[in-house]
Design a protein around this ligand. Structure first.
Ligand code: DX5
Ligand code: ZN
Length: 220
């Protein structure tokens, strides 16, 4: 079985010590950097934008997984490719022509992801599952770190896994929000491949150890 991946969410890092925190992730057992871009319109918060991603990219030595919580993401696909994004995830709820958006992301050489808000059923992706590299199931309402995990997520993960298997797709399932070493194993058992963790990693006294523990739980 493939290794399950850990993606620390930089949103919870100490922005005054960003280089230090990026280097901690480089040294750790984590696999991806998860980068949350919020526009204050699609979600009720503004995180950071292009100059900060450019700065992160200078130091990051692992896959850069960008999660766009913005309206009309098509406007910025080329820009994020130029900033070093390896994966670009857009929200289902923000895309009128999702199939076209996914093709545009892939044409820029990135992996294409679709994120689903907690109220959006996974069955809506069935017809395009073979076109999606990553489905990001939001296990909190997007906009803020540090919220508690919504338990209905387990059911969504199993349903999505079934759709993937039925269609012989290679899509990875990513879980974003409220992930801890308490729910990691159950998420992986339901079918998750990538666990995003913000507060649990960066608010820990020993983040390297916390990442190691998450990775161990996810692969146990
Ligand atoms: C929420 C973001 C998440 C967030 C996760 O809108 O998409 O990536 O940073 O943070 P935690 O792990 O603290 O819930
Ligand atoms: Zn995210």
């Amino acid at each position: 079985m493939d290794q399950k991946l850990i993606a620390p969410s930089v949103l919870a890092a100490d922005f005054a010590n960003l280089q230090r925190d990026i280097e901690m992730v480089n040294k750790s057992e984590a696999d991806w950097f998860h980068i949350d871009i919020m526009d204050g319109v699609f979600v009720p918060n503004i995180s950071f934008g292009m100059p900060v991603l450019e700065a992160i990219n200078k130091h990051a030595e692992k896959t850069i997984d960008v999660h766009l919580m913005i309206v009309d993401p098509d406007r910025y696909i080329k820009t994020f490719a130029g900033l070093g994004a390896n994966n670009l995830t857009v929200h289902y709820e923000a895309c009128t022509h999702l199939h076209r958006t996914l093709q545009a992301i892939k044409a820029e050489g990135m992996k294409a992801g679709v994120a689903l808000n907690p109220h959006t059923p996974v069955t809506l992706l069935e017809d395009i599952i073979n076109d999606i590299d990553i489905v990001c199931i939001m296990s909190v309402n997007p906009g803020f770190g540090g919220q508690s995990f919504i338990r209905n997520t387990y059911k969504k993960v199993s349903e999505l896994k079934e759709i993937i298997l039925k269609n012989n797709a290679t899509t990875k399932i990513e879980i974003d929000g409220g992930v801890t070493s308490e729910n990691a194993k159950q998420l992986v058992d339901a079918g998750a491949d990538v666990l995003v963790a913000g507060s649990f990693v960066f608010k820990s006294e020993t983040p390297l150890q916390t990442i190691k523990e998450l990775k161990k739980r996810a692969n146990s």
